[in-house]
Design a protein around this ligand. Structure first.
Ligand code: GLU
Length: 531
């Protein structure tokens, strides 16, 4: 009989390999068992605000700077607070900012489902472990009893907390109540602790949570877990290595660590990002509409500028300013040790500065034609009826014209966002003035048709249509006609744009160009002489 072939297998994370070397390479490069895994775990209870975006961004930057994995997990176990459509919007906003998860509800992944309401069986299975090792217990207290406890505490001027009564039920009492199918929750036996954890942002931290709270609920009577329980179970099962979250969660961390201990699991590292306050140090309200990322997006800001604004709040970079940087550069420059531990002030002015900087980069760089196309779209929609005849429309909507307008607006800092160019003060760029805006020129102390006639003739002869030459020719015309400079400039600005105020007349003329200028002046002249 032939001898059996001797085969040696090595095992790495459940995979079998013929040699130790292949197993090691697979384990290191393919499975990366120790690689960084972080998660952004929002509750879909409304629009994403800047604080939430900051948490998502720092998780993303930390993951990417460590060549790790960025997970999106939807924490929707509080079914009473769900807002329909909020999850889709949240994913949409994340992808707008470029913070695309590696694993999540849309992307999938090996540790799903990534929506907590789809993981109820997992929580049920895990709560049994804590019931069995007696670190958790069923609690049969009725909402009425809990309300009485609460009122008593308030009357005594104390912070309401559960008195842990059901912790002391005998096992017979528990069995009897369970057999009667009494409605119950599962609570965690919260022990006093003086332990500390090393927070990556705040340094050594501790919190004897049992001093303040009674035993917390882990499982509600409707079979849904509470935030604390689901969060710990999922972070463990999803192999999360670092929890980066807002400062407001710091008081919960020791409770989470005690839960890990009850399971005999090792906790992840924690980093609590600084609290965000208004520029003047006052408390930020999540209801402030201008803090919702979607509103900022709808106002026409670039995602990069919003990210720059957010990075200004809490540090994390060597340099003071991150304006002009995109996600890749932010990732390269980010380091968790540089995140500030003190409150971060939100200064919305920096959003404008950052946006203009990105607009400048885009207009002068690879995205120039994209921005031109976007502006063309905006202008043709906003002014569809009023652009003028075909030859003028072609000119106004040409890439060359739109590009020159952008160059001027950006270099002269006339705008912050592309869509600012649709503001009525810039209507002169796109359309002839409305009759009602120029009607009062008939009451001018000068004869405007004569002035316009003279201007048209003079400007027609200007070969280099730049500010210097245009100014010079207008000045000599007005001087020769012995007219008042201010009155004439006012009439010309109105004739050209219908506006009382705006850039200097010669600047206006050179921005819109010679042909356009002459056409506008002729149009106004016609309107004034016709009526
Ligand atoms: N669901 C929690 C939130 O809405 C997550 C907190 C955490 O990151 O642990 O912010």
């Amino acid at each position: 009989m032939a001898a059996p072939i001797k085969t040696c297998f090595y095992v790495t994370n459940g995979n079998y390999f013929r040699t130790k070397r292949i197993a090691r390479i697979w384990g290191h490069f393919i499975l990366r068992p120790h690689s960084v895994r972080v998660r952004f775990a929002p509750s879909p209870t409304g629009m994403l605000h800047l604080g939430g975006l900051r948490t998502a961004l720092y998780n993303y930057l930390f993951a990417k700077s460590q060549k790790g994995t960025f997970i999106l997990r939807i924490e929707d176990t509080d079914q009473t607070r769900l807002v329909p459509g909020a999850m889709d919007k949240l994913e949409g906003i994340l992808s707008w900012t470029g913070l695309v998860p590696d694993e999540g509800p849309r992307q999938g992944g090996s540790y799903g489902p990534y929506i907590q309401s789809q993981r109820l069986a997992i929580y049920q299975e895990n709560i049994q472990k804590l019931l069995q090792n007696k670190t958790a217990y069923p609690c049969f207290c009725t909402p009425k009893r809990l309300e009485l406890l609460r009122r008593d505490a308030v009357r005594r001027g104390e912070t309401p907390k559960y008195d842990n009564r059901c912790r002391h039920l005998t096992s017979d009492e528990v069995t009897e109540r369970l057999e009667k199918k009494l409605l119950h929750v599962v609570r965690f036996k919260l022990e006093h602790t003086t332990d500390t954890w090393e927070d990556l942002v705040k340094g050594p931290s501790s919190h004897d949570v049992a001093n303040i709270e009674g035993d917390p609920v882990l499982m509600k009577s409707d079979g849904f877990p509470t935030y604390h329980f689901a969060n710990v179970v999922d972070d463990h099962l999803m192999k999360v290595t670092h929890v980066l979250r807002g400062d407001e969660w710091q008081p919960s961390t020791m409770k989470h660590i005690l839960l890990y201990r009850a399971f005999d699991w090792s906790p992840p590292h924690f980093a609590h990002l600084p609290l965000i306050v208004n520029k003047d140090g006052t408390k930020l309200s999540k209801r402030q509409g201008d803090l919702h990322v979607e509103n900022i997006k709808n106002r026409g800001y670039f995602p990069e500028a919003v990210l720059n604004l957010v990075t200004k709040i809490g540090g994390g970079f060597d340099m003071d300013g991150t304006n002009g940087m995109g996600l890749d550069e932010l990732t390269q420059k980010f380091s968790i040790e540089k995140v500030k531990s003190s409150h971060g002030r939100l200064d919305m002015q920096t959003l404008d500065d950052a946006n203009l900087e990105h607009l400048r980069i885009k207009v002068n760089g690879a995205e120039r034609s994209l921005i031109i196309d976007q502006l063309r779209e905006l202008v043709s929609t906003a002014y569809s009826e009023r652009l003028g005849d075909a030859s003028i429309t072609d000119h106004i909507l040409s890439s060359q014209y739109i590009g020159s307008i952008l160059d001027w607006a950006v270099s002269e800092k006339r705008i912050i966002k592309t869509n600012d160019l649709l503001d009525s003060k810039f209507s002169f760029l796109w359309t002839t003035p409305q009759e009602q805006d120029i009607a009062d020129l008939k009451n001018s102390p000068v004869s405007v048709p004569d002035l316009l006639h003279g201007c048209i003739t003079t400007l027609d002869t200007v070969r280099d249509f730049d500010i210097g030459h245009v100014t010079q020719s207008l000045r000599s015309l007005i001087k020769d006609e012995k007219l008042k400079m201010n009155t004439c400039m006012h009439c010309l600005r109105k004739s050209l744009s219908g506006l009382q105020q705006g850039p200097p007349v010669a600047e206006m003329m050179t921005i819109i160009g010679k042909k356009n200028t002459i056409q506008r002046l002729k149009h106004t002249m016609d309107v004034l002489t016709k009526s």
